[in-house]
Design a protein around this ligand. Sequence first.
Ligand code: PEP
Length: 252
Amino acid sequence: MRTKIVAGNWKMNNDKEQTKKLIKSLKKSIKKMPLKNTRVIVSPTFVNLSSAVKKAENSKIEVVAQNMHQATNGAFTGEVSGDMLKAIGVKTVILGHSERRTYFGETDKNLAEKVNTVIDKEMETIFCFGELLEDRKSDNHFAVVESQLNNALFHLEAKDWKNIILAYEPVWAIGTGETASPEQAQEMHAFIRSIIEKKYDAKVAEKVSILYGGSVKPTNAEEIFSKPDVDGGLIGGAALHVDDFTAIIAAI
Ligand code: PEP
């Protein structure tokens, strides 16, 4: 059985007190949920990671980072390394979010280097990818997604995939209120699994968790999560509100 995951991408939101408060409320609201085979993840900004890790101790909440640099250390002003994250108890990192690609120029090539560091350091990544609206309109969405995976992940060995979680996030659905239909999500997730099977084997394809991201809300989560190849969600806006995030977790 594949692991189900509901991950909140908090982006550049929440100061230290708000971070602690949100984790405290979430801890309480999910305490009684059975959450069998399900991981609940939140990703505060770098400066709040340490206090979030402490606050989430002995709970069902995992704290992950939103990005990292591929190098171990050195002259990379403003960056944070995998070792630095591990030293504060964070071993999972979101990579390749469309906002990183759009505003900070991240490319498949440099994401492949970051992924290599994740593997070398025995970390784990939630790897984001997805097509732009123009790709979908021109019916290129499958080709775009295949090329993103090919360029950033398909150099890995089969054994490395235990450290990879995929997050398919059509860029046109992120923060727009526009959601891919459950059928569109399922169609793409099944395609992703099929190309992983072609590149590796059925075992790798069957095991990898593929999350959907893009305007998931309490009102649409259950239908999206009911699709057989959708193993959970990466949630932006709705993850900032404890009631909404709790309802989305309950829908898994
Ligand atoms: C995201 O930023 O990863 C995301 C899915 O955002 P939203 O849920 O707000 O669309």
